[in-house]
Design a protein around this ligand. Structure first.
Ligand code: AQP
Length: 359
């Protein structure tokens, strides 16, 4: 007997933490992809304020930072009427599903997460339980909407793999109940066709800008929490700041190579070429076709000009939108209400699958 549905609804989910100034890595690695995916998917884009407590528990300005990320979404071209834009804490089902996933996920799985190791550093005993559990909340964020696709930067790849592991274990552990309730969906897992409630979510990672590195150190990713502001280009930087940061970006003394293979072992050069390619929406090889053999004294001003051309309109629009608190708050409220309807429908079934007594 098979009373399962044939396929999952194709749905995109992703989020950004309100933990400080958005930078070029967040934009090229994530937000620009969010914008492009609107054309072919229904999308849910979240400002993940619950996650931000793992970075800083007591924020002076969490509400304003939440508005700032929302403004970046809208200024970049996300349409909050056709799609859903909201802040995570408005939808308590994320936290509810996290608890169930905490009981599905294994300590060994979370112990392997490199982001926890990097963020906790040497003082693991003093790291918050929330930081350790971050990937479980991320899995719940995605699966509470049964999202099939998640655009993220390369640094989130391991968390997406964990999300699939959690979905698969939930589907296996509760397979009899899922079948008895008739709430499963047929899907391929490896060579097998299985019937599960949660999809095996696909990450959307890639392109020349999947991992933008610090402008000061080509081995470290560009990050909001890097103490050096010169390490990143903020979306709100003005033209002078962008030009200065690119001028001061670390490089090596060689001219740019003509072939991509020549970027091997030159992390700073590879990073700047990747940034140019990401901004111009071309491949690294196409950048090298134009700049191969040229010195950084020629390439850096061209990169600065391109960055200003692409980012200045977004920065201006962000300033305009984020000043309009009433508008931003209304977008988040409306998005939260629509997200809640989907999340509650999932949780009602999850509660039945788990066996909780409910009305
Ligand atoms: N350097 C990067 N290159 C490409 N993509 C990146 N992302 C982050 N840094 C880069 C992607 O941006 C999205 C949102 O990230 P986030 O703010 O939720 O968390 P994060 O990855 O922890 O970002 P940061 O800037 O490094 O913040 P802090 O310093 O607070 O930890 C994600 O899709 C991420 O992959």
């Amino acid at each position: 007997m098979s009373n399962s549905k044939a396929a999952f609804r194709q749905l995109v989910f992703s989020g950004v933490q309100p933990t400080g100034n958005l930078h070029l890595g967040n934009y090229l690695g994530a937000i620009r992809k969010f914008v492009a995916l609107q054309e072919s998917f229904d999308c849910i884009y979240c400002v993940v304020d619950l996650h931000s407590l793992t970075a800083t528990l007591v924020h002076d300005d969490l509400a304003d930072q939440t508005r700032q990320i929302t403004a970046a979404y809208l200024a970049s071209g996300i349409d909050p009427k056709k799609h859903i834009v909201f802040n995570q804490s408005r939808v308590p089902q994320h936290a509810e599903l996290t608890w169930i996933f905490n009981c599905v996920a294994r300590m060994g799985w979370l112990n392997r997460m490199t982001q926890f190791k990097e963020k906790a550093g040497k003082d693991r005993e003093n790291a918050s339980v929330g930081l350790f559990d971050y990937p479980s909340l991320m899995a719940a964020d995605i699966l509470v909407y049964r999202a099939t696709h998640v655009p993220v930067g390369d640094d989130q790849k391991q968390h997406l793999e964990l999300t699939r592991d959690i979905a698969q274990k939930f589907n296996n552990d509760f397979s009899d109940r899922i079948a008895a309730l008739g709430v499963g969906v047929e899907m391929k897992v490896g060579d097998e066709t299985v019937n599960g409630f949660f999809p095996m979510t696909e990450p959307i990672i890639g392109g020349p800008a999947a991992r933008i590195m610090s402008l000061r150190d080509g081995s470290k990713k560009m990050s909001k929490s890097d103490p050096s502001d010169l390490s990143r280009i903020n979306l709100t930087d003005d033209a002078d700041a962008i030009a200065k940061k690119i001028r001061k970006a670390k490089t090596d003394p060689e001219p740019l190579p003509s072939e991509e293979a020549g970027l091997e072992g030159r992390p700073e050069a590879r990073n700047l070429v990747g940034i140019y390619a990401g901004l111009a929406d071309i491949s690294k090889q196409e950048v090298l076709n134009e700049f191969g053999g040229r010195q950084f004294s020629v390439f850096k001003p061209a990169l600065a000009e391109l960055a200003v051309e692409k980012l200045a309109p977004i920065a201006a629009e962000m300033r305009r939108i984020s000043a309009d608190h009433a508008y931003v708050d209304a977008v988040l409220k409306d998005g939260g209400e629509r997200a809640c309807v989907i999340a509650e429908a999932t949780m009602k079934t999850v509660r039945d699958i788990v066996g909780f007594l409910q009305d």
